[in-house]
Design a protein around this ligand. Structure first.
Ligand SMILES: *[C@@H]1O[C@H](CO)[C@@H](O)[C@H](O)[C@H]1NC(C)=O
Ligand SMILES: *[C@@H]1O[C@H](CO)[C@@H](O)[C@H](O)[C@H]1NC(C)=O
Ligand SMILES: *[C@@H]1O[C@H](CO)[C@@H](O)[C@H](O)[C@H]1NC(C)=O
Ligand SMILES: *[C@@H]1O[C@H](CO)[C@@H](O)[C@H](O)[C@H]1NC(C)=O
Length: 305
């Protein structure tokens, strides 16, 4: 019961640290953008270390994608000094090992909040993605991402033209890993986020004030719906938690009273047995009699230790 209670109180917290169901559409987007980024390699053997800008599908206009083909050895020994907003230091390794890989850069622009909804926070910059794939077949689709890790210094993502930080707020970097887990880290040099792994990144502030009422018809069941349903979940778990707490208190009280009653019962029983006077027969009648002589009364003054 206690475990359940603790779980209930922790549950919303854990949920707020992950992207939740939105990860499915975010992963589908990654897959589609991999395909469209690879299409930027028009030549069969594109040059290595050069960014090729891709064209996203027309229903996703506003997103920027780019692809860079690299030899794995060169990535490790030289890094990439400038790749769009990214600076990749030396010492980056990929798992599993491939001879050549493609680094896909994504800038989700005005689609950031759609694919990476983050309730309670406001984006100051668009979400930027860095993903790595095997470069052995440049027509391949549905590729599995490679796991890249900076073994030395972190990879840096520089955000230019971030929205001004509201008074009293602190800008934080937000990091989404490929499973939708969310971490917050400090912003470096005013506009940079650091990472040791692939993922999606942006700069956010906590939105303390309630969002102003939408001026126009809000898009159907987007952020608003998610927020209110999240609100209901939180409210529900709080009410549930309080109810459970009351139940727990009642249970403890009941157990306590049950134990007390049991003890009393035992005591009464013991008293009944213990206090039963031994009967002795005197003539034809039974009379109580003490079996043994009790402690001899002594005067306190006679007591010598
Ligand atoms: C965009 O169009 C592609 C086909 O080109 C389709 O597979 C995809 O579901 C569409 N995406 C959105 C977000 O409408
Ligand atoms: C983003 O902007 C483009 C125009 O640049 C527009 O076509 C698209 O619908 C916008 N996306 C969202 C989610 O509002
Ligand atoms: C590359 O991938 C495409 C699409 O999956 C496939 O049709 C093609 O056979 C692959 N080429 C090689 C050399 O594996
Ligand atoms: C978040 O931080 C923890 C602890 O530093 C780390 O183990 C985890 O990999 C990080 N996750 C992401 C998505 O960066």
């Amino acid at each position: 019961m206690l475990v359940l209670l603790i779980w209930l109180f922790w549950c919303p917290k854990i949920e707020s640290q992950s992207l939740g169901p939105a990860i499915t559409s975010a992963r589908a987007l990654d897959s589609m953008l991999q395909d469209f980024a690879y299409r930027a390699f028009v030549r069969p053997r594109p040059r290595t270390g050069i960014p090729y800008d891709g064209v996203p599908p027309s229903n996703l206009s506003g997103i920027q994608i780019s692809a860079m083909r690299l030899r794995s050895g060169s990535l490790f020994t030289r890094g990439v000094r400038v790749y769009k907003q990214l600076t990749i230091p030396i010492g980056v390794i990929e798992k599993p090992y491939v001879e050549r890989l493609v680094l896909v850069y994504q800038n989700l622009g005005n689609w950031s909040t759609k694919y990476y909804p983050l309730s309670g926070y406001m984006y100051l910059a668009p979400v930027v993605g860095l993903l790595a794939y095997d470069a052995s077949n440049l027509s391949a689709t549905n590729l599995q991402e490679l796991y890249i890790r900076a073994s030395n210094e972190p990879i840096s993502i520089e955000f230019t033209r971030i929205r001004p930080v509201p008074d009293g707020s602190v800008a934080r970097c937000v990091v989404f890993d490929l499973d939708g887990r969310i971490n917050f880290t400090n912003v470096m040099s005013g506009n940079k986020c650091m990472t040791f792994e692939q993922g999606h990144f942006s700069i956010v502030v906590e939105s303390t004030a309630p969002l102003p009422a939408p001026k126009e018809q809000p898009p159907p069941h987007r952020d608003g719906g998610g927020n209110s349903s999240k609100g209901w979940i939180v409210l529900g778990s709080v009410v549930g938690g309080v109810a459970l707490l009351v139940l727990l208190a009642l249970l403890i009280l009941w157990v306590w009273r049950f134990n007390k009653r049991k003890k009393m019962h035992h005591m009464e029983k013991a008293a009944d047995a213990g206090e039963a006077l031994h009967m002795t027969t005197v003539g034809n009648t039974k009379a109580p009699a003490a079996t043994t002589t009790r402690t001899q009364p002594t005067l306190e003054t006679e007591y010598v230790p």
